[in-house]
Ligand binder design. Structure first.
Ligand SMILES: C[S@@+](CC[C@H](N)C(=O)[O-])C[C@H]1O[C@@H](n2cnc3c(N)ncnc32)[C@H](O)[C@@H]1O
Length: 282
């Protein structure tokens, strides 16, 4: 892996889906910046994925909405530091920010540069809503870099790790989980989504449509590498005490009032975890 990584294309595709899920009367989430950030390139990538996964727009909308709600609940409970790990074109700092709350966006330098360039093309975005922390999880010390940017490790934080963990080597994913649990304030809350090993690795039993989605991601230069079938042992080994997981079918039911067996929410889920905070309170 070279030092000079390219800006993430999956981040652009995800932003397009988020923008699409935000549009229209039945919108699931609300990100007014996403479509402009994604641009025609993101729109085209998302349409290409649609061929294999017609539910992806709903899926991404649910993911963003649920994580937004988790962040809002954390803020309501008095947490005043939000860290977006692998931020891509995330706009939570602009959408959910409030006085007294600091947002930190951690990402690879190339993805951050790309985001700044995209944001500079249209006016109105609060560029200083978040502190940018340039960091490659596989090479750099993200805790040290966050601290240098003004993050206070002695106070609880809400950490969002959306659409990232499966792109990392297992060692980097585990090290990041462990450091969040053991080096930050134990009252901190982490929310992340994960893929099962069948999807993350190249299982011969993968459905053709899932294989096709995986191939597109690989073609974009960001292969999926790390899968999780049961997060409980992983999170226990990493130093967490409290863990809740939620399926996309459950989220679809909660946010849209619908369940459809033919929707392809097979291989992904969301986890909420903390070293010391009971999830029932969250
Ligand atoms: C699919 S995008 C998700 C972006 C954003 N979290 C979202 O949901 O819209 C994956 C993001 O992870 C970042 N990423 C991947 N590998 C990384 C690494 N080793 N270190 C830091 N960031 C990484 C990419 O730069 C990209 O922004």
């Amino acid at each position: 892996m070279s030092e000079a990584r390219a800006a993430s294309l999956t981040a652009i595709m995800v932003a397009a889906y988020r923008g699409r899920a935000s549009a229209g009367a039945q919108s699931i989430c609300s990100d007014p910046w996403a479509l402009r950030l994604a641009g025609p390139e993101g729109e085209a990538l998302s349409r290409r994925w649609d061929e294999h996964s017609p539910s992806m727009e709903l899926w991404m909308g649910l993911r963003t909405r649920y994580i937004d709600d988790c962040v809002l609940r954390a803020l309501e409970r008095g947490i005043d530091q939000v860290v977006i790990l692998g931020a891509g074109l995330d706009t939570r700092a602009a959408r959910l920010g409030r006085e007294g709350v600091r947002f930190f966006e951690v990402d690879q330098p190339a993805s951050q540069l790309d985001k700044r360039e995209r944001l500079s093309r249209f006016g109105g975005y609060p560029m200083d809503a978040a502190s940018f922390v340039a960091c490659d999880f596989e090479r750099h010390d993200f805790v040290e870099r966050l601290t240098s940017a003004g993050f206070d490790r002695r106070r609880p934080a809400c950490l969002v790790w959306e659409g990232v963990i499966y792109y990392l080597a297992e060692s980097a994913a585990r090290a990041t989980l462990e450091r969040i649990a053991t080096e930050l304030d134990p009252r901190s809350l982490l929310v992340f989504d994960y893929l099962n090993t069948k999807m993350a690795r190249s299982s011969p039993r993968l459905r053709p449509e899932d294989r096709a989605m995986k191939d597109i991601i690989e073609e974009l230069g960001e292969p999926m590498r790390f899968g999780i079938d049961d997060p409980t042992p992983l999170m226990a080994e990493s130093g967490y005490r409290f863990l809740r997981t939620v399926s996309f079918d459950e989220l679809a039911l909660e946010y849209t009032g619908t369940y459809a067996r033919e929707r392809f929410f097979r291989f992904q889920a969301i986890a909420l975890a903390s070293a010391s905070e009971d999830m029932a309170l969250w």
